[in-house]
Structures are given as structure tokens and as C-alpha cells.
Design a protein around this ligand. Structure first.
Ligand code: FAD
Length: 388
């Protein structure tokens, strides 16, 4: 059994690490202190993403992506996840559902997104529909050759910088017709109602959008009419894998910093890591990271070997649940080990501690993941998670 990372994968890992350390880390404190980065800085980062060849890693070379395997994408997300302020969000990662676009949609949306020239935001959640996507009420009613959209979408990550939206809506309001629409943000009838503030400092905003009689052509449908839920599930799976890898990176950075600090700081005439209370915290952090890493790399590798879609869905939930909760525990201990310095915003562990909290909420809360895992146990038995 050879668990060595392939050389191509370690090359992606190295490339992402260099990018994070040279292009993202230097902007962390300015982002934290100002809440935003200047447009010129964001533009420089966007160009650096392309220069480092990290644009469109999740799409095939045929459509302008890098054609990375799932394992390679995991290593990249892990490295980028070390950056605070969700600066990993600056790295173009066009929604996987776009690969189901028509040739014209691929030319208009996917290729320029892979080149970092266009950017999408995914709009699923509504005031009445969070965990329960069946409660979505945004409508797409047929009008002439196209559709007219009406509804409201919340928490639309990167909606401030996106120039098009992938909107989950019901054709004629029918719950059996969930459909994704590609909608240019500049279309008449689209407005941003609010940009609420959140616990974390995030490089972009999460605005609330209102759609009032927004006209789109028939060719705005992504995939098939009524096929929106399946594509949204693909999006959830991809996002859950990415979140798990980001959490892993955040936890590793926190352990590296806390371990170094515990070896440097002395109180009562001894280094902190000589106190068993501190040493045990570091030990628990290391072991939990090791467990998460083993799970995440394994599932990524299995996906590359063609793992059945249902198993991918089940295992993506398991690793998102474990990695996000692991990161919460690891970051909490890292803050504790730094003491008062761990509570200062200039300390990366303070920022990461806030950053990882949302990972237990978005793309399916921990409770929703446990529900998915529980249903799999009932339907397919424990082997889904316990077999090798
Ligand atoms: C910062 C941020 C960015 C986001 N970005 C996006 C985005 O880009 N696009 C997008 O569409 N959405 C986005 N979301 C929305 C996110 O996916 C939802 O917040 C999440 O799915 C939970 O929905 P909710 O907030 O409505 O909570 P609710 O669904 O109201 O849940 C509230 C609580 O009830 C629990 N609960 C609900 N149902 C069950 C159940 N069946 N069993 C047990 N417990 C349950 C939940 O676990 C949670 O603890 C974002 C959210 C945040 C906070």
C-alpha cells in the first residue's frame, strides 16, 4: 500500500504554498484592520493567481482550467486555507456546475471565469430557505422566449465582486422544477438590499439580493429544466471538500504557531510546552489534524479513482463535519496557548479562530451533515464509513 503523494501533487502543493505565503499572507493584517482590500491590491492578487497557474484548478484544460485531480485540489485548498480573512476566496474556483453549460455558456461564462476575468456568486439561500432547500420560493416564470425571475437571495458570498450569479429558482413556482439560471448581475431588476457584517473578516461581502422582474433568455438555464437540485448537490459536494481542506490548512497553521510559541514563551521559569496542560493541548491538536488529513486525502484519492457518486456525497459530508469541528477545537486551543496574545487581532490564530466558525454553518450545517450521515447508515449501513 503506497500512500506517497504523487510528484505532480506535491508540485501543486508547493506552488499553492508559495502563492499563499507571498501573495496572500502579506495582506492579512491590512484586510483585518480595514475590513476590505483596495481594488488595486485585489487586482494584483488576481493577476498573481494567473501567474502562479492557480486559476480554474477545478476545471478541465479543455475549458481553460488546470485539470487538477481532486487530490491536487485538496492540497491546494489546504495551503490556501492557511490564509486568514478567507483570502483563499481570491483564487478563482468557478462553480463545478458550469461544466454542464452549453458550448455558448462555456465560452461566455466558464472560460473567462477560469481566466479570472469573470466571477460567479452562487445564490441558493433565501430568508425562508436555509438548510431546507425545498423551501426555496424564488420563481422563474416563462415570458416570451425566456423567463422572468422574482425572489430574494441571502448570504451570497462574493456577490459584491461577482459579475454574474448562479440563481436557484423554481420554474413557474413548481417545487419539482428547481433550475439553475446564469444571470448577469447588471441585469435590470437586480438590486443589493444589504451587505450585513459577519463574525469573520472576509475578503469579499455576502450581500442580500432582490430580483424584481429580471428578464433572462431561455439560454440562461444551466443544465436542464428541473435539474437544478442535482447540480446544486454537486456544488455542495465540491464546496464541502474544499471547506474540509481549508479547515485542515487553518488548523495546521494554528498548530505550527502555537507549538512555536509554547517553545519560546516562558512563565514560572519554564517554557510553556513544559507544562503538561499545554503539552496535552498540543498533542490533541496534532492527533486531530492527523486524523482529518488522513480522511480528507483518502476521500480525495477515492474520488480520483472514480468513487460512486452516492459514496462521494456521504463521505464529503463526513469529512466536512469532522474537519470543520476539528478546526474549531484546534483553533480554540491555539488561542488558549497564546493567552492574551491569542486574543489580539494581529495574531493569525485570533483571526483563524473567527474564520473557521462559519465552516460549521455554511454549505450544510454540522446538524445537516449528521443527518446525511445518519440516513446513509440507515440505508446502506456503517460500511459506507467504516469499510476500507
Ligand atoms: C458567511 C456566510 C456565507 C454564505 N454564503 C452562501 C452563498 O454563497 N450562497 C448561498 O446560497 N448560501 C450561503 N450561505 C448560507 C448558508 O449555506 C446557510 O446559512 C446554511 O445552509 C444554514 O441555513 P440558515 O442560516 O438558514 O439556518 P437554518 O437552516 O435556519 O438553521 C438554523 C439551525 O437549525 C438547525 N437545523 C435546521 N434544520 C435542521 C434539521 N433538519 N435537523 C437538525 N437541525 C436543523 C441548523 O443546523 C442550525 O443549527 C452563507 C452563510 C453564511 C453565514
Amino acid at each position: 500500500m503506497d500512500l506517497t503523494l504523487p510528484p505532480a501533487a506535491t508540485e501543486w502543493q508547493r506552488r499553492a504554498r508559495v502563492f499563499a505565503e507571498t501573495e496572500l499572507f502579506p495582506h492579512e493584517v491590512a484586510l483585518e484592520l480595514n475590513g476590505r482590500l483596495p481594488a488595486e491590491t485585489l487586482d494584483a492578487i488576481r493577476r498573481a493567481v494567473v501567474a502562479h497557474g492557480l486559476n480554474g484548478v477545478n476545471h478541465s484544460r479543455e475549458v481553460g482550467g488546470q485539470g487538477c485531480t481532486q487530490l491536487e485540489q485538496t492540497l491546494i485548498s489546504e495551503e490556501l486555507g492557511k490564509a486568514t480573512g478567507a483570502l483563499w476566496g481570491t483564487v478563482s474556483h468557478p462553480a463545478i456546475a458550469l461544466k454542464h453549460g452549453t458550448p455558448a455558456q462555456i465560452e461566455r461564462y466558464l472560460r473567462p471565469s477560469c481566466r479570472c476575468e469573470r466571477r460567479a456568486a452562487v445564490a441558493i439561500t433565501e430568508p425562508g430557505a436555509g438548510s431546507d432547500t425545498d423551501a426555496i420560493r424564488t420563481r422563474a416564470d416563462r415570458r416570451g422566449n425566456g423567463f422572468v425571475l422574482n425572489g430574494e437571495k441571502w448570504f451570497v458570498t462574493s456577490g459584491d465582486v461577482a459579475d454574474y450569479l448562479i440563481v436557484h429558482a423554481l420554474v413557474e413556482g413548481r417545487t419539482d422544477q428547481p433550475t439553475l439560471f446564469l444571470v448577469d448581475k447588471a441585469s435590470a431588476g437586480i438590486s443589493i438590499r444589504r451587505e450585513p457584517k459577519f463574525t469573520h473578516t472576509y475578503v469579499f461581502a455576502h450581500p442580500e439580493f432582490v430580483f424584481e422582474n429580471v428578464m433572462v433568455d431561455a439560454d440562461a438555464v444551466l443544465g436542464s429544466l428541473g435539474g437544478g437540485l442535482e447540480l446544486t448537490k454537486d456544488w455542495f459536494v465540491e464546496a464541502r471538500l474544499q471547506i474540509a481542506a481549508n479547515c485542515l490548512g487553518a488548523a495546521i497553521r494554528a498548530l505550527d504557531l502555537a507549538n512555536a510559541w509554547a517553545g519560546e514563551r516562558a512563565q514560572f521559569g519554564r517554557k510553556l510546552h513544559e507544562f503538561q496542560a499545554i503539552e496535552f493541548m498540543l498533542a490533541d491538536m496534532a492527533v486531530e489534524i492527523m486524523a482529518a488529513k488522513s480522511m480528507i486525502y483518502r476521500v480525495a484519492w477515492e474520488i480520483d479513482q472514480g468513487l460512486d457518486r452516492k459514496l462521494v456525497h456521504a463521505r464529503a459530508s463526513a469529512i466536512k463535519l469532522y474537519a470543520s469541528e476539528m478546526a474549531g477545537r484546534v483553533l480554540d486551543r491555539a488561542v488558549q496557548i497564546f493567552g492574551g496574545r491569542g486574543y489580539m487581532r494581529e495574531n493569525p490564530v485570533e483571526r483563524l479562530n473567527r474564520d473557521v466558525r462559519v465552516d460549521r454553518i455554511w454549505e450544510g450545517t454540522s446538524e445537516i451533515q449528521r443527518g446525511i450521515i445518519g440516513r446513509q447508515l440507515r440505508k446502506r449501513g456503517p460500511g459506507v464509513f467504516t469499510s476500507w
